[in-house]
Unconditional design. Structure first.
Length: 434
C-alpha cells in the first residue's frame, strides 16, 4: 500500500496534535446534557463518539469527509466508460480526507486484488454449515475463520509498541476488505447456485469482480454494485454495526474479531435486515391486491391497512434524517437511467408519493420519508438477485469500507477502551426523589 499508508500516518499524527490541544483547552466543557429518557431509550442522540469518516446531518443526509452523495457520484473516480463511483476511491477519501484521482483508485484496486486470496480453511468452515443456514451466519463465521491471518493479533502477542498498533490494524483492514467479496460470493453460489463457484477475475475492479463472482455479468449490475457499495459504506459511528466494530476494537481485538461483531449487529432485524423487509412488504401487497403494479389508491389503502394492524411501513422513517434519504434519491436516479419501466421499481416510486403524507398525518412519525432500504431491493430484483436473505451480506461487504477505515483511525489516534457509566433503576428512583 506504500504511500497511501504513509500519508494516513502523517494525517493521524497531525490530527493527534489537534485533539490533544482541544482536550487540554476544552476538556471540561460540556457538549450537551443527557436526559433520563436518553439513558433509558438507547442513548438516542447522545454525543459520545468520534468517527472521522462520515457525519450524518438531519437535513443534509450523510456526508463522507464533507462530501454529499451527489458530490461523490460526480467527483470519485470511475471505471472507464462507467458513471458510478468506485468504492476504492471512497475508501481512500474516508481514510485520508482527500479526494483521490484515478491513479490512486487503481492503486487501491490492484492492492486489494493482490490480497484477495482466501485460505482453504475458511471455505472449509463455510462448508461445515448446513446449506440452509442464514447467509449472515455463514458470513460472520467466515470472517472469524479469517482471523488466523491477523497480523495485529500476531504482532500484539509478540509485544509490539502501542505506537505501532495502527500499522498492523491497517494491514489487517486492507486484507479483510480485499477478501470479503470472495467469501460473500462463495456463500451465495453455495447456497443458491448448487455450489457452482466462479473464480475471481483480477482484471476487474473490486465491485465488478464481486458481481462477476456472484454470477452477474451485466454491466448495469456491476454499476449497481459500485453505487451500492459506496452509499452503504458508512453512516457515522452511532449505528449498531459501526458502534459494535468500534466498541470491540477499543478492547484491542483485531479487525477480524471487531468486524465480525459489527456483522452480528448488522444481522439484526432493526438494522441490516430492513432492505429485505421492504421488498417483501411490496411483494405481499402486490400478491394481496392481485396486481403486478397497484394503483396509488390501492397503495394508500394497503398502507392504512398495515398501520391499522399495528405494523410499520418498512423503509420509511429514520432515527436522524428529517428529509428523503439522499441514498434513496441516488438509487432512484440510477433506476430512471437503467430500469424505468420495471413494475416493482415503479411501485417503489408510487409508494414514495403516497406514503409520506399518510404517515405524517398519524402524528406519530417525525420523519415520514424513505431511507436507503426503500429502494435497494427492487434494483437487485431487477437484475435477478432475488434471494432476499442475501441482501444483508451485500450490505456487510459495503459497510466494511467505513467501519474498518474508522478502526484504523481509532488506533492511529490511540483512542482508549470504551467504558460508559451505567446506573440502576433504583439509583434513578433515588435521584428523582432528590
Amino acid at each position: 500500500m506504500g504511500y497511501v499508508k504513509d500519508l494516513f500516518k502523517a494525517k493521524g499524527d497531525e490530527q493527534n496534535k489537534e485533539i490533544k490541544s482541544l482536550i487540554e483547552q476544552f476538556g471540561n466543557k460540556k457538549v450537551e446534557d443527557v436526559t433520563l429518557a436518553q439513558v433509558y431509550q438507547g442513548m438516542r442522540g447522545i454525543t459520545g463518539l468520534v468517527t472521522e469518516t462520515s457525519l450524518l446531518d438531519s437535513n443534509e443526509g450523510i456526508r463522507f469527509r464533507g462530501f454529499s452523495i451527489p458530490e461523490l457520484r460526480e467527483k470519485l473516480p470511475k471505471v472507464e466508460g462507467g458513471s458510478e463511483p468506485l468504492p476504492e476511491g471512497l475508501f481512500y477519501l474516508m481514510l485520508t480526507g482527500e479526494m483521490p484521482n484515478d491513479e490512486i483508485a487503481d492503486h487501491i484496486c490492484s492492492t486489494w486484488a493482490r490480497r484477495s486470496h482466501v485460505p482453504n480453511h475458511v471455505f472449509a468452515v463455510i462448508e461445515s454449515f448446513p446449506v440452509a443456514a442464514h447467509p449472515m451466519t455463514q458470513f460472520t463465521a467466515a470472517i472469524l475463520a479469517l482471523q488466523t491471518e491477523s497480523k495485529f493479533a500476531k504482532a500484539y502477542s509478540e509485544g509490539i509498541n502501542k505506537k505501532e498498533y495502527w500499522s498492523y490494524v491497517y494491514e489487517d483492514a486492507m486484507t479483510l476488505i480485499a477478501r470479503l467479496p470472495r467469501i460473500a460470493a462463495y456463500i451465495y453460489r453455495r447456497k443458491y447456485k448448487n455450489g457452482d463457484h466462479i473464480q475471481p477475475d483480477g482484471m476487474l475492479d473490486w465491485s465488478g469482480n464481486f458481481a462477476h463472482m456472484l454470477g452477474f455479468e451485466d454491466e448495469g449490475f456491476k454499476e449497481l454494485m459500485r453505487l451500492y457499495m459506496v452509499i452503504h459504506a458508512d453512516h457515522e459511528g452511532g449505528n449498531v454495526s459501526a458502534h459494535a466494530t468500534h466498541l470491540v476494537g477499543s478492547a484491542l481485538s483485531d479487525p477480524y474479531l471487531s468486524f465480525a461483531a459489527g456483522m452480528t449487529g448488522l444481522a439484526g432485524p432493526l438494522h441490516g435486515l430492513a432492505n429485505q423487509e421492504v421488498i417483501r412488504w411490496i411483494e405481499e401487497m402486490c400478491k394481496e391486491l392481485n396486481s403486478e403494479q397497484p394503483t396509488k389508491e390501492q397503495i394508500a389503502d394497503y398502507i392504512h391497512k398495515t398501520l391499522k394492524e399495528g405494523k410499520v411501513v418498512p423503509g420509511y422513517g429514520h432515527a436522524v434524517l428529517r428529509k428523503t434519504d439522499p441514498r434513496f434519491v441516488a438509487q432512484m436516479e440510477f433506476a430512471k437511467k437503467h430500469c424505468p419501466d420495471n413494475p416493482t421499481v415503479q411501485t417503489v416510486w408510487n409508494v414514495y408519493e403516497v406514503a409520506p403524507p399518510i404517515l405524517e398525518a398519524t402524528g406519530k412519525i417525525k420523519n415520514p420519508w424513505p431511507n436507503v432500504d426503500a429502494h435497494s431491493g427492487s434494483l437487485l430484483k431487477h437484475y435477478g438477485l432475488v434471494e432476499e436473505d442475501f441482501y444483508t451480506v451485500l450490505f456487510g461487504v459495503s459497510r466494511a469500507l467505513g467501519v474498518l477505515a474508522s478502526l484504523c483511525w481509532d488506533r492511529v489516534l490511540g483512542l482508549p477502551i470504551e467504558r460508559p457509566k451505567s446506573i440502576t433503576t433504583d439509583w434513578v428512583k433515588e435521584f428523582v426523589k432528590k
